[in-house]
Ligand binder design. Structure first.
Ligand code: ADP
Ligand code: MG
Length: 248
């Protein structure tokens, strides 16, 4: 809408895998500074869309703009430098490193093009930064635990700390509560609310109830098409959305 600034815009995105159309002509814009949730039943095309806007692969058709600048086809490793970070459904921590080492390593990778020799003062600053990020995701009790020994929910929180290492203005999360217990889900939702207070967040979630209360903006995908878009109240009142989610 006029007057509102968008951080990311997807224009007429289609994605085909062989003869199968996973996304068909999807156009959406993501408001800056807000929490937008992409929802829809399993197989709706959410992860495919997420992968495209996070640069994992280019769409078959259509274009992506970040702050008005086209980024379609930009190699994924450049995304962090643009200020876009993501956390996947699949875990990507180093299991044999501690929580603190994992985050410090991510900061190190971001802050210089991998210098073998890091000055001691610089190293200490990075470690402090890593500790602050672990505090942010409420893992400050777990600095020295190996990542592989963390509980599932803690590992997901650690991944988010890794994503935050590049201080992104846009954070992308694909089903951050996947596989979590109700308690872990509550902790993760609280974390997401805090993160959304500081930056733009786009997240994929198939549990509609979970997201209704915390997001500003909703995008509903169904069979690869944009079914509805708007505030949670508007989406909840949408007849087509009701039909799709009937019985869920
Ligand atoms: P969601 O995340 O909403 O559950 P996905 O984006 O993962 O849905 O998948 C949407 C549809 O596209 C599904 O039918 C899925 O089987 C298909 N699909 C996704 N990725 C591929 C792929 N790499 N090759 C073939 N089909 C795929
Ligand atoms: Mg998915």
């Amino acid at each position: 809408t006029a007057g509102e600034s968008h951080i990311l815009r997807a224009d007429k995105i289609s994605m085909r895998f062989g003869g199968f159309t996973a996304l068909n002509d999807v156009s959406v814009a993501f408001p800056e500074g807000q929490l937008t949730a992409i929802i829809g039943p399993n197989g709706a095309g959410k992860s495919t869309f997420f992968n495209i806007i996070s640069g994992a692969f280019p769409p078959s058709e259509g274009r992506i703009f970040f702050r008005g600048r086209e980024i379609t086809g930009t190699p994924q490793h450049r995304f962090a430098r643009l200020g876009i970070a993501k956390s996947f459904q699949i875990t990507n921590v180093f299991p044999q490193l501690t929580a603190l080492e994992n985050v410090r390593f991510a900061i190190q990778c971001m802050s210089q093009r991998f210098n073998v020799w890091t000055p001691r003062s610089r190293y200490r600053a990075m470690e402090e930064q890593a500790a602050a990020l672990l505090e942010m995701v409420e893992l400050h009790q777990h600095h020295h635990r190996l990542a592989m020994n963390l509980a599932h929910g803690e590992q997901r929180a650690l991944e988010i700390a890794l994503a935050l290492a590049c201080d992104p203005s846009l954070l992308l999360l694909d089903e951050p509560t996947a596989g979590m217990s109700p308690e872990e889900t509550t902790v993760m939702m609280d974390l997401i609310i805090r993160l959304a207070g500081e930056r733009t967040v786009i997240l994929v979630e198939h549990k509609m109830k979970l997201i209704m209360g915390i997001s500003n903006h909703l995008i509903v995908l169904h069979h690869g098409e944009l079914l509805a878009e708007g505030t949670p109240d508007a989406v909840r009142a949408n007849d087509e959305v009701r039909r799709v989610y009937l019985g869920q």
